[in-house]
Ligand binder design. Structure first.
Ligand code: ARG
Length: 295
């Protein structure tokens, strides 16, 4: 009776032995995991490393940028490389970090939507960003900036179709049929604060796109009437448009660009500030501006 049921299930002895092995295996895994956590954790957990230690163990600096902001960053399809003022500066920074650490360090460039950059710095997915990013009080709350390396003092340019003569002043913007801006940029904030919040322009006629190139395209195909962006970039796109686009007016604004970093990356900031200050003092920064047609 009870025998017949026992015969169909594994013997109690076998079962007990299996359990013992299982316990031993689980215990071994737990012990190995604990040792790994304690011994290696301190070295491998990126959150416990300083910015320079993380870069050293990666062998590279991971740099994010929205790479359609000419002449600061763009993709050169003929060579398959990123080029621009910010790229040259990022390479100088990388050389100096490498020299300081005494190991070869490469520069990895990631092309991302501009508004995603602060969050990627916060969670340390990237080590720095050179993206023509203006140093502002708001951004200072979430990221840390290097000393400024470029000043777009003139402000924002209004990029329109060359044939369009209706937006020749900042005041005329209130009559624009539509405005496009790059998401997360200072010009988007300007439109919000100076036009929308003041009741001078309806929010639903402002379009926000993730890339500069997308915004330029929007004006080019007549989807938006005007794109507002840092003057050097607006002028660069107008110059490259073979007469299709022009900068019709300039909005005064002060835009000092800085390298954006994680707030804890003080050791990396120290090197970057030194590189920037040296380049300003020895004239290299001026040469870089001339190379990229900036003033
Ligand atoms: N300077 C402006 C800002 O900080 C625009 C920067 C846009 N850069 C870019 N790579 N899309 O908001």
């Amino acid at each position: 009776m009870s025998d017949s049921t026992d015969s169909t299930s594994p013997s109690p002895l076998k079962k007990k032995g299996g359990k013992k092995i299982m316990i031993a295996v689980v215990a071994a895994i737990v012990v190995v995991a604990l040792i790994a956590t304690v011994v290696l954790g301190g070295f491998l957990n990126p959150n416990e490393q300083t910015a320079l230690e993380k870069i050293k163990s990666q062998g590279k600096i991971i740099m994010a940028t929205e790479a359609t902001f000419i002449p600061f960053e763009s993709f050169d399809p003929t060579n398959g490389t990123y080029v621009g003022f910010d790229i040259d500066l990022a390479n100088r920074i990388t050389e100096n970090v490498s020299a300081e650490l005494g190991v070869p360090i490469t520069l990895e460039i990631r092309d991302v939507a501009f508004n995603t950059i602060p969050a990627s710095l916060n969670n340390k997915q990237i080590d720095m960003s050179l993206s023509g990013m203006t140093i502002t009080d708001e951004r200072n709350e979430s990221v840390m900036f290097s000393t400024p390396y470029y000043m777009a003092e003139a402000g924002f340019g209004m990029l329109v179709k060359t044939a369009d003569n209706s937006l020749n002043s900042v005041e005329a913007l209130t009559s624009a049929s539509s405005i496009v801006v790059n998401t997360g940029t200072t010009s988007e904030i300007w439109v919000q604060k100076e036009l929308v919040d003041k009741g001078l322009y309806p929010a639903n006629k402002v379009k926000s796109l993730p890339t500069i190139a997308g915004c330029v395209q929007d004006v080019s195909i007549g989807q938006s009437q005007v794109f507002i962006i840092d003057k050097p970039t607006a002028e660069e796109y107008a110059g490259q448009s073979s007469g299709d686009l022009k900068v019709s007016a300039v909005i005064p604004s002060y835009e000092p660009y800085g390298v954006a970093l994680n707030k804890e990356a003080t050791d990396l900031k120290e090197i970057i500030d030194r590189v920037i200050n040296t380049m300003i003092e020895n004239g290299e920064m001026e040469k870089l501006r001339i190379k990229w047609g900036l003033n």
